[in-house]
Design a protein around this ligand. Structure first.
Ligand code: AMP
Ligand code: ZN
Length: 432
């Protein structure tokens, strides 16, 4: 049941010793890079002073802006000859950040993905269809090599082309898929159109849902439709991509692979560390990265460490599903709102379809939120009073959680823009 029992169940004290030793080596490497070399010089930071894991707080934080400033090679800690691969973030704002890997970086990352998928029950007998964009995005090649390492048969389907995805699933008896949650919902409508019921007509049994925030309700909805078990997969390109934190069979939080990363939760305002259990911004340090070590990276993702051991026996701590990003937070009439709160509420209402969009406008000094929600086809034929009842119910549900009354527009299935990659949930038309 373990891919690497020794590492996965290592006693905490041992694991922390391993982290400290690896941190020491990481700092020595990091100093070779232009960015950290300069910074450590300015701070007069003697890396020998880092004697315990708690001392990690003495190290400087790293942000996306730092990566952009010395783009593209300013974080390299080796010669370019040693690099074998480049990936980039899927960032839509500003210049996409790039990450470079040596052969040993790729091997370590591949191992993490094999470990993660094996943990959920994937084996060499599985047929794995990877519905992620191949290329610079990390979700394609990252999972691809991990699944091959397990020995599964990999179908590198790539993103989109829903009818073909379904055909591949049926023809080759796909058992496991890697899919973006919003796309899994969209694909369910195509399954319905084609009269194919995945529970009856396919061999699907496992899914890895990653790359974007999704609620527990959304996971359950996807699982119910497809009849597979779906596991949450978290990562960011700066920390390789997927394979950083992954759900175990308990489906209760994602184990962060602490032999490869140091994790901290900080208060995003004061930058002070928070104790396990408290919600804040995830900050991570690479421990095995050779080509481009990154220290204390501010992910901007909000989560908390789930205190206490996991019944699965793994000792690596767990984070809760991501609540949102500090930069996703909408402030409306003084109320802080995350898109995932809207999603959670919508998923509770029967009749709601598979896609929604939040639009923010400013009229005079007044901010207005409109939520466009796809609802099932049935509501648009004949008696429209049902549609109005549903609309009112959604307004009430949302109001109960976000405290303000949004305008709700119900629209036909498939009428909202959809993306093959991460879903865009918010359009903000407000001018500062
Ligand atoms: P990228 O570097 O382009 O791969 O984007 C990484 C970002 O995607 C993370 O910082 C998160 O904001 C988001 N992300 C990735 N996986 C998940 C997940 N399972 N749940 C929520 N957000 C995720
Ligand atoms: Zn576990």
């Amino acid at each position: 049941m373990y891919w690497d029992q020794k590492i996965e169940t290592m006693e905490r004290g041992e694991l922390e010793k391993l982290q400290l030793a690896r941190l020491g080596r990481t700092l020595e490497r990091a100093k070779q890079s232009e960015h950290y070399g300069r910074l450590f010089g300015q701070m007069k930071l003697a890396t020998e002073k880092i004697r315990t894991l708690a001392d990690v707080q003495e190290l400087p934080l790293t942000t996306k802006d730092d990566l952009r400033e010395l783009w593209p090679y300013g974080f390299l800690a080796c010669s370019r000859d040693e690099l074998v691969r480049m990936h980039s973030s899927s960032g839509t704002t500003g210049r996409a950040t790039v990450i470079f890997h040596t052969a040993s970086d790729i091997a370590a990352w591949t191992d993490l993905l094999a470990r993660s998928m094996y943990m959920t029950g994937m084996r060499r007998s599985d047929v794995f269809q990877n519905m992620m964009t191949y290329g610079l995005f990390t979700g394609g090649l990252g999972f691809h090599y991990g699944a091959e390492k397990i020995g599964a048969l990999v179908i590198p389907a790539g993103a989109g082309n829903s009818k073909r995805q379904i055909q591949l699933i049926r023809d080759f008896e796909t058992t496991a898929v890697h899919i973006i949650p919003s796309y899994a919902l969209h694909l369910s409508t195509v399954f319905e159109e084609t009269g194919c019921d995945p529970r009856r007509d396919t061999k699907l049994r496992l899914a890895f849902l990653g790359a974007e925030p999704h609620s527990e309700k959304m996971r359950r909805k996807i699982e119910a439709f497809y009849g597979f078990k779906a596991f949450n997969s978290y990562g960011l390109s700066e920390m390789n991509g997927p394979g950083m934190a992954f759900e175990c069979p308990e489906q209760n939080g994602m184990h962060i692979w602490e032999d490869n990363f140091i994790v901290e939760i900080i208060d995003p305002e004061t930058l002070k560390p928070l104790p396990d259990g408290e919600e804040g911004e995830l900050v991570t340090t690479t421990l095995l990265r050779e080509g481009m070590p990154i220290l204390r990276y501010r992910t901007k993702d909000l989560t908390r460490i789930i205190p206490g051991p996991c019944p699965c026996g793994r000792t690596h701590r767990r984070i809760e599903r991501i609540k949102g990003r500090t930069d996703d937070m909408m402030i409306l009439k003084g109320v802080n709102i995350f898109p995932i709160q809207i999603e959670k509420k919508l998923m509770e209402v029967p009749g709601v379809g598979t896609n929604f969009l939040i639009i923010l406008d400013r009229e005079g000094y007044n901010d207005q939120m409109t939520v466009k929600v796809e609802v099932r086809k049935e509501y648009f034929g004949g008696d429209l009073s049902q549609l109005e009842t549903l609309r009112r119910r959604i307004v009430e549900e949302l109001k109960s959680d976000i405290l303000i009354s949004p305008k709700v527009d119900l629209v036909e299935p498939d009428s909202l823009p959809k993306s093959e990659g991460k879903a865009k949930r918010v359009i903000d038309n407000r001018k500062d």
